[in-house]
Ligand binder design. Structure first.
Ligand code: GTP
Ligand code: MG
Length: 194
């Protein structure tokens, strides 16, 4: 299974605009603004510029759907530090809870900052809905190996305490150096049973 060629399907600002391709396994990427969600999708499908990225937080305002043939659907989300909680709460929560073909949610976390309250809130929501998620640490290139390992260990220790539906393997990626992308692709293939 190859992660290319990828194509843009649709942007959605409300639930009625979400594509109706529910026979294709889907994975979604969530996390705080500026964490690297859009860059990661470009990295995964090996096509810079498929998804627009920006150094300014709050760039992605809509849910953006992409697909790899008829095999896999990828969803880029607005950062949850950006949209107001009500907006996030409304459309995205409802999407997460009701999307039949959603196989896993990837929660992106910056290892230099650790888990934030907003991450814990989304994990609680996913736990209470029985939705499978996995934590991916982004921008690995910014930390030394030692600092990265320490940050990862701290995050894992927190997850062990309370996260229920969390897949017990924290991955690390850099969209810049492409480190970790193959491991994430393999995890997605497995989650989607592709
Ligand atoms: P929103 O759409 O605002 O929620 O942000 P996002 O999570 O989609 O982040 P985006 O991919 O737009 O990246 C934000 C910034 O981080 C950009 O300036 C990227 O170039 C940078 N960035 C993303 N991934 C990496 C990475 O792996 N390493 C480094 N060093 N920078 C990265
Ligand atoms: Mg984005």
């Amino acid at each position: 299974f190859f992660f290319s060629p990828a194509e843009f399907v649709k942007s959605a600002t409300n639930l009625s605009m979400i594509p109706d391709n529910t026979m294709i396994p889907e994975v979604a990427f969530v996390g705080r603004s500026n964490i690297g969600k859009s860059s990661l999708i470009n990295g995964l499908v090996n096509r810079n510029g498929l998804v627009k990225t920006s150094s300014k937080p709050g760039h992605t305002r809509m849910m953006n759907f992409f697909k790899l043939g008829d095999k896999l659907s990828l969803v880029d989300m607005p950062g949850y530090g950006w949209k107001s909680r009500d907006e996030w709460g409304g459309m995205i929560v409802s999407y997460l809870q009701n999307r039949k073909n959603l196989r896993r949610i990837y929660i992106l976390v910056d290892p230099s900052h650790g888990l934030k309250e907003s991450d814990s809130q989304i994990m609680k929501l996913l736990d209470s809905s029985g939705l499978s998620y996995q934590v991916v640490l982004t921008k690995m290139d910014r930390l030394s190996k030692t600092k990265y390992s320490a940050a990862k260990a701290e995050i894992e220790a927190e997850l062990v305490k309370g996260a229920i539906c969390c897949f017990p393997l924290v991955l690390g990626v850099s969209s810049k150096t492409k480190d970790g992308l193959d491991e994430l692709r393999a995890a997605i293939v497995k989650a989607g049973q592709l």
